[in-house]
Design a protein around this ligand. Structure first.
Ligand SMILES: [Zn+2]
Length: 317
């Protein structure tokens, strides 16, 4: 497991000298800083020494797909990516946009819709008395199979050296064409405090300890700010013959426990995951269909939720 958060020192993974993805050994091809988890998701802490520049460039397209799949979460969370910039969603004059700004030192989120009826975006919850605003999660499309590869890449970067021989097939697969799909490319997704992305991340591999072969050999879970993502990292032969047809889905309820010195520990719990089907190689709209903000007019208390696009969900196993 690796973790990073605001104020903590950086962590480097792997040993210099050989790319764990393609085997490159030329020292001149290790000039770029390789972020183990995408910089756009707020990773300022965890980098890999054993990812060559060519692989790094290729993986950039995977990270980009992952960002586009849920960009609205990064905007409303105020997640600081490269150069501490916050990604904006949509164009101001487009059908829908979400803007994050710092105004007088305070975070400010504005949402705008053009050309659609007011009633599509605003309502009242008569049970709670809350005013409810709904805005589209953006229109930038992404290729699910590429975003899945971004998760596989992160998982492989975390593998201990003695596990690499068990995962040579999925590492080779990372270099194959995008439309080369594997069976059951399910991704677990869940959230914690949308609208105020905690400046922290964690990534972990969980290895099978039971004798049951229905349990996947290796799970990968990462929490980056408000979002938790998880996959089964498909092994060469430990989940059955390659490519594994194991249907078990990753189902971890993750909690980050923050314990600043001298303060009460704070539990940051992520919801139970729902599952996306990312075994698709065509362009699709973002996983986040809409961001819903409910505000109580008397207390000014508000909360944000993400509405997942139904068509992005995996059908029941
Ligand atoms: Zn490489």
């Amino acid at each position: 497991m690796v973790q990073g958060s605001l104020g903590e020192p950086g962590v480097t993974l792997g040993t210099k000298g050989r790319c764990r993805f393609c085997g490159e050994t030329d020292p001149r091809t290790f000039r770029n800083v390789a972020h183990t988890l995408p910089e756009a998701f707020g990773n300022k802490w965890v980098t890999s020494l054993d990812e060559c520049d060519a692989c790094n460039a290729r993986f950039g397209a995977f990270d980009d797909a992952l960002v586009k799949s849920m960009g609205a979460i990064l905007t409303v969370g105020g997640t600081q990516g490269k150069g501490n910039k916050v990604r904006q969603t949509g164009r101001t004059n487009g059908p829908a946009s979400i803007r994050h700004q710092i105004v007088d030192g305070q975070r400010s989120i504005s949402m705008r819709a053009n050309g659609t009826p007011f009633s599509d975006h605003f309502g009242v919850n008569f049970k709670t008395g809350e005013l409810v605003f709904r805005i589209s999660g953006g229109t930038e499309r992404f290729v699910p199979a590429k975003a899945y590869r971004a998760l596989v890449k992160m998982a492989v970067a975390l593998l201990p050296d003695d596990e690499l021989p068990n995962f040579t097939k999925i590492i080779d697969w990372l270099g194959s064409p995008d439309d080369d799909l594997l069976p059951h490319m399910a991704v677990g997704i869940s959230f914690s405090i949308i609208g105020n992305s905690p400046p922290l991340l964690a990534a972990a591999l969980l290895r099978r300890a039971s004798v049951s072969r229905d349990t996947p050999y290796m799970l990968f879970v990462t929490t980056m700010g408000s979002v938790c993502l998880q996959i089964v990292l498909k092994a060469n032969a430990l989940d059955g013959a390659w490519p594994s047809r194991l249907r078990t889905r990753p189902n971890i309820r993750w909690t980050n426990l923050l314990a600043p010195p001298g303060e009460e520990p704070l539990a940051l719990a992520y919801d139970a995951p729902v599952h996306l089907d990312w075994g698709r190689a065509g362009l699709e709209p973002p996983v986040i269909e809409a961001i819903v903000t409910a505000v109580h007019p008397q207390t000014a208390q508000g909360r944000m939720t993400a509405v997942l696009r139904q068509s992005a969900l995996a059908s029941p196993p």
